[in-house]
Design a protein around this ligand. Structure first.
Ligand SMILES: [Zn+2]
Ligand SMILES: [Zn+2]
Length: 232
């Protein structure tokens, strides 16, 4: 954002609402009758210090984003101080590199975000989720633009993550999907037979082809008895 030219069309529309960033004092305009834009979601992710992943699949409207931002503003100054403290504790860090654009030669769009290469909702189904939860082992850095590309369905582009992962990440993906199939076979089967344009379908398809199997671990037979007896 920034330039007044970008904001001005909204100012004359009655449905436009503004929100002022409590730290930067920058004013952001929202068209509250529409779907949340990527920059609005980025802003909310930054403010709430959460993953863009958790917002991209939630299908939020601009109005909902604004509501949450205002809720945050009400907590000021306490929340602002907390966030500053967290930043200080983290210390100076190397700026992350976008895993997608660096391979594709694309121009990055938006801030750097963490993408769970095995979606977080799948990881949450695992019995020992906490073991794999640290974001340093189960996420890759992607810019907000490339991140949305991964999550959008039905645009005809391959959502295969294989070529963007290093060996350690591939091993992790292989393990997590093996566990998911073992522990939650019915959900696994639903995805495997489901929407072919989804990130999840592509991930499982790649797993079946052994694309993540760096160590040649292979696949166990499908646990049919579990699929019959397990509830979803
Ligand atoms: Zn990028
Ligand atoms: Zn993601």
């Amino acid at each position: 954002m920034g330039g007044g030219e970008e904001c001005s069309p909204f100012i004359f529309m009655s449905r436009a609402r503004d929100w002022t960033h409590p730290q930067t004092h920058q004013v952001h305009w929202f068209d509250v009758h529409g779907q949340a834009t990527i920059s609005e979601l980025e802003l909310l992710a930054e403010i709430e210090d959460i993953d863009l992943d958790d917002l991209l699949d939630a299908n939020l409207s601009s109005r909902e984003v604004l509501f949450r931002l205002n809720k945050y503003s009400d907590l000021i100054p306490e929340a602002g101080l907390k966030q500053d403290k967290r930043r200080r504790e983290r210390g100076p860090q190397e700026p992350p590199v976008c895993t997608i654009c660096s391979v594709e030669g694309w121009q990055c769009q938006g801030r750097m975000t963490r993408h769970h290469f095995v979606p977080k909702w799948i990881m949450l189904e695992l019995n020992e989720y906490e073991r794999y939860a640290p974001r340093s082992v189960c996420t890759i850095w992607v810019c907000a633009g490339a991140h949305r590309f991964l999550h959008v369905r039905g645009d005809g582009a391959s959502k295969s993550i294989v070529k963007y992962l290093g060996d350690e990440e591939k091993k992790m993906a292989h393990k997590l999907i093996s566990l998911f199939r073992e522990e939650r076979p019915r959900i696994y089967a639903l995805i495997a037979g489901g929407d072919k344009t989804s990130y999840e379908w592509q991930l499982i398809h790649d797993w079946r082809r052994g694309s993540f199997d760096v160590n040649g671990v292979g696949h166990k037979p499908f646990p049919r008895w579990k699929a019959r007896t397990n509830s979803l």
